[in-house]
Write a protein that binds this ligand. Structure first.
Ligand code: SF4
Length: 464
């Protein structure tokens, strides 16, 4: 949950709570940018605000509960609440809007990516302040807008929605089909972010590999030059933009379509980070079929091996589901073997849990909760073995580390990340105090460090 601090003394105050994933965070940033551009202040308490906006998540049942509870709290403490985000698009048992059903007194409910609808609801309930200066400046925060992440890294959303219909997922019903942003706009925002001090750009979407499919890879323009709306061209251009700033570009939610192979040489050349977040979810063809996963071919193991030949440093992160309906012992063992052979560097695993409204709920062969949980634990034991062997192999290596925290004026060590660690989801590097008296660590800057040990999923390193 992110609550924002009060930013001024005058003007109507809006409390804001942002729940959910990085994609929801970018929606929050757009709304906050617009609020601030119009002269609204933000409040860090529900009580001190004139109204509250709650950006919700509706992905899994726990997230639904957290969102509904937060709306309830905001209503109890403030009374004037606007709801936006994925949960806002969800229907309840009787087909009517779930949020309205549970909290009929909310002022307005919108789905995700609805900055204008949210602003309309704000205007209707809390008239916008008139500020002659701000009224002349359409967006006083620049192309990049307000960021909820630390200054040195930022998420950039390249598309919304998804053309797939995975049976365990309700995202397409909340966010709709794939809509790619114009490549010129994405690159403009990226440039503004790098110019504003961002050292790590995290590319996100529901399906990054599909960028441009909806517009048939149409030709857009950037700096007066034609450029195709396609992942390969986008990644190449982002690498070019990042280079003069020495910044990192990291790709998330990449499905293993054949076109991804073309991006590997860019990683090998160091133009973007050799890091791929590929949500495989399972290894067995039959399970993948029941899941209706995109790119569910049996060839994933071979692809990973080829990727490693082209780019030996590549780090692969993935998520998996254990205990999907109908998963046999043999199919689960296949998943464990895949994990051992593919040596996924960073793996997360969920025990399958039914999501209200998902097609998988109608599949036969639901496993008992204890069996699903037991499989998750067995998977994670294998994943941890793989990950800790890989981390051990880094001992003695010199790595570039982006510093996230540096207490004691950078003299007492700190926390950072290497190319192998995406913020919030992967491990960390615990930096020891610099040996050289002249050396200080600075948040948002890179340091070289020698890896001296491991601690769980983290590395311990000596900066120099
Ligand atoms: S690819 Fe599947 S899991 Fe991902 S958003 Fe689309 S439907 Fe959901």
């Amino acid at each position: 949950m992110n609550e924002l601090i009060a930013k001024g003394l005058n003007g109507p105050k809006v409390g804001f709570v942002s729940l959910g994933c990085a994609k929801a965070l970018t929606d929050s940033e757009l709304i906050l940018t617009q609020l601030s551009a119009e002269g609204y202040q933000t409040s860090k308490t529900f009580h001190g605000a004139d109204l509250v906006i709650v950006n919700t998540c509706g992905f899994i049942d726990d997230a639904v509960k957290e969102s509904l509870d937060t709306i309830g709290e905001a209503l109890a403490e403030n009374g004037k609440v606007i709801v936006t985000g994925c949960l806002g698009a969800k229907a309840g048992e009787n087909g009517s809007n779930l949020v309205r059903q549970m909290h009929p007194s909310v002022l307005a409910v919108t789905g995700p990516q609805a900055t204008q609808e949210v602003m309309d609801a704000v205007h209707a309930n809390l008239p916008r302040p008139h500020d002659p200066f701000l009224d002349l400046v359409p967006n006083s925060f620049g192309v990049a807008g307000i960021k909820l992440t630390p200054r040195h890294y930022a998420y950039i959303k390249i598309s919304e929605g998804c053309n797939h219909r995975c049976t365990f997922c309700i995202i397409p019903s909340m966010r709709g089909d794939l809509v790619s942003r114009s490549i010129g706009d994405v690159l403009k925002e990226a440039q503004a972010l790098f110019e504003g001090g961002v050292k790590e750009l995290l590319v996100i979407s529901q399906d990054t590999s599909a960028y441009g499919v909806d517009v048939k890879y149409r030709t857009g323009f950037w700096n007066g030059r034609p450029i195709k709306t396609r992942l390969q061209e986008l990644v190449q251009a982002l690498g070019d933009l990042a280079e003069p700033f020495g910044a990192w570009v990291r790709l998330h939610y990449v499905y293993p379509y054949p076109s991804v192979d073309e991006i590997l040489p860019l990683m090998a050349e160091g133009r973007i980070l050799p890091y791929l977040d590929v949500p495989f979810q399972h290894s067995h063809t039959e399970v993948l079929k029941r899941m209706k996963r995109p790119a569910s071919g049996e060839k994933n193991l071979e692809r990973i091996q080829r990727w490693r030949q082209v780019c030996p440093d590549i780090v692969i992160r993935s998520t998996f589901i254990a205990g999907f309906p109908g998963e046999t012992d043999a199919e689960f063992e296949h998943l464990l073997d895949f994990m051992r052979e593919a040596k996924i560097d960073r793996a997360g695993c969920f025990a399958y849990s039914p999501v209200h409204g998902a097609a998988a709920n109608d599949l036969s062969g639901m496993l008992p909760a204890t069996a699903r949980e037991e499989r998750r634990a067995r998977f994670m034991a294998v994943a941890e073995e793989v990950s800790s062997t890989k981390l051990q192999q880094r001992i003695g290596a010199t790595m570039q580390v982006l510093v996230d925290s540096a207490p004691g004026m950078g003299k007492k060590g700190g926390i950072g990340r290497t190319y192998a660690d995406a913020p919030e989801i992967d491990g960390l590097v615990k930096l020891l105090p610099p040996e050289k008296i002249s050396k200080t660590l600075k948040v948002g800057e890179f340091t070289k460090a020698r890896v001296v040990g491991t601690q769980g999923h983290d590395l311990v390193a000596q900066p120099f």
